[in-house]
Write a new protein. Structure first.
Length: 85
């Protein structure tokens, strides 16, 4: 995607910290990704959180990268649609 092209959607990542299970500390976080066909990154995050419904307070949620219109089309995402990656 070039700098002049506009994002047609976003890949949103949820990162769930794991509890301490041994003397070495917590394990690696559990990670989930969602493809979101919403142009504004903040709205894409909000929609992904609403879609997932249950998130821990200490969950980190952020956009990983933009999706081009061709990628959204290839993924068969309709406008404002959210799907687990």
């Amino acid at each position: 995607m070039t700098e002049s092209s506009k994002a047609a959607g976003w890949v949103v990542q949820f990162s769930f910290p794991q509890p301490v299970t041994n003397k070495f500390g917590a394990g690696p976080p559990k990670v989930e990704f969602y493809n979101v066909a919403i142009e504004a990154p903040a709205k894409a995050i909000d929609a992904a959180i609403a879609k997932r419904a249950s998130t821990q307070e200490d969950t980190e949620t952020f956009v990983v990268r933009p999706l081009s219109s061709k990628e959204v089309e290839f993924l068969k995402l309709g406008r404002d649609e959210i799907r687990a990656a």
